[in-house]
Design a protein around this ligand. Structure first.
Ligand SMILES: Nc1ncnc2c1ncn2[C@@H]1O[C@H](COP(=O)(O)OP(=O)(O)O)[C@@H](O)[C@H]1O
Ligand SMILES: [Mg+2]
Length: 163
């Protein structure tokens, strides 16, 4: 018999990324899981590689332009490979209410892919993620963890064959 908790165990993987090329390669692999309606958070300290990972995903989808960090603009929007992709960075939020005031709620819908750096700065107002990615800075390189936060995320990770 499975207990309820066991049934809810999320798929989770951790990989060591030795250098920036490894981050690029991992981002390229992750790009395959992006589909409309997905909400993905990216955790980790400043300089951990959150933006680098998003950049690699966008490149893998065929985006040729510059991929800037949304640190100052809060959000960068991309239309690529039939996806409406929003890349947020809430680092500069001082108060979760700012998220509400900025009118970002409507960006999180079934047609868009949302990738969110510093989700904790938006507090409880942010929809819960389907997939949680986090990066840990090691002495050399990074550890990346990818974890499902919903049934949908669960299925995406299984489809991706990373498990
Ligand atoms: N696996 C890795 N090992 C070491 N350095 C990395 C790795 N992946 C990315 N980097 C470097 O770490 C930095 C990450 O910066 P950035 O993506 O802007 O971080 P964040 O968005 O998390 O603040 C970049 O300078 C990048 O070259
Ligand atoms: Mg960043």
């Amino acid at each position: 018999m499975h207990s309820l908790d066991e049934n809810r165990l999320a798929p989770k993987i951790t990989r060591y990324l030795a250098d920036e090329d490894a981050t690029d390669a991992f981002g390229t692999a992750l790009a395959a899981l992006l589909k409309p309606g997905l909400m993905i958070t990216l955790g980790g300290d400043l300089g951990a590689g959150k933006t680098a990972l998003v950049r690699a995903m966008l490149r893998a989808l065929g985006y040729k332009g510059k991929v800037k960090s949304p640190t100052y603009t809060l959000v960068e929007h991309y239309v690529v490979s039939s996806l409406y992709l929003y890349h947020f960075d809430f680092y500069r939020f001082n108060d979760p209410d700012e998220w509400h005031e900025a009118g970002f709620r409507e960006y999180f819908n079934e047609n868009s892919v949302c990738l969110v750096e510093w989700p904790e700065k938006a507090g409880d107002l942010l929809p819960s993620p389907d997939i949680k990615i986090s990066l840990d800075v090691l002495e050399t390189g990074r550890d990346v963890t990818v974890e499902a936060g919903s049934e949908k995320g669960d299925q995406c990770l299984k489809d991706l064959n990373l498990l």
